[in-house]
Write a protein that binds this ligand. Structure first.
Ligand code: S3P
Length: 174
């Protein structure tokens, strides 16, 4: 089945893209790649440092470059950063490289809770009201993904990965 697995997971900060990607990769028996981690590795800096020191436009430029390299590299499951999908050129690239996109949707409150409880610094989520505006603004773009899974509060990342494995890859569980 590995040849057919080419997916990107998108969704707002704090929805749990990386964790769902990790569970899904283990269910499907393939590797997963985390776009933010790949950027931080390449730049030898945290995402927060890149954005704070060089600005969001430079971060987006690096993000697109690293995304292109990942999609070319034979990656199977890619967890995007929450803003990567909002860039039209990135969406085109994902489509051109024949990756299926999956939007993990959840409520703002769920995301916000995860954001404030996380050790990771997210420069674009420092203020609740502004983060909520960003969340609302992006819904129409996340909607453009091929698949859409709602992460209900109480449903853990493992169960979401399982739903994706069943519905997108027809995997059967006992
Ligand atoms: C961003 C989301 C972050 C990270 C960067 C910008 C965004 O990733 O890429 O801080 O624009 O939504 P997560 O979605 O993993 O937090």
């Amino acid at each position: 089945m590995a040849e057919e697995i080419r997916i990107v997971l998108t969704g707002f900060m704090g929805v749990g893209k990386s964790t769902v990607a990790r569970h899904l990769a283990s269910m499907l028996g393939c590797d997963k790649t985390d776009l933010d981690a790949a950027i931080a590795d390449r730049e030898r800096k945290s995402i927060a440092n890149i954005i704070d020191e060089h600005g969001i436009d430079e971060f987006r430029r690096i993000e697109s470059e690293v995304l292109g390299a990942i999609l070319e590299s034979g990656a199977r499951i890619v967890a995007l950063g929450g803003g990567a999908w909002t860039v039209p050129a990135n969406r085109r690239l994902i489509k051109d490289r024949k990756f299926t996109s999956i939007w993990l949707e959840t409520s703002f409150d769920h995301c916000w809770l995860n954001i404030v409880n996380s050790k990771r610094v997210r420069p674009l989520a420092r203020n609740k009201a502004e983060t909520f505006r960003l969340f609302e603004e992006r819904q129409k773009l996340y909607c453009l993904a091929d698949w859409h899974f709602v992460v209900r509060s109480g449903l853990n990342s493992f169960e979401v990965a399982r739903q994706i494995a069943e519905e997108v890859f027809s995997l059967e569980f006992d």
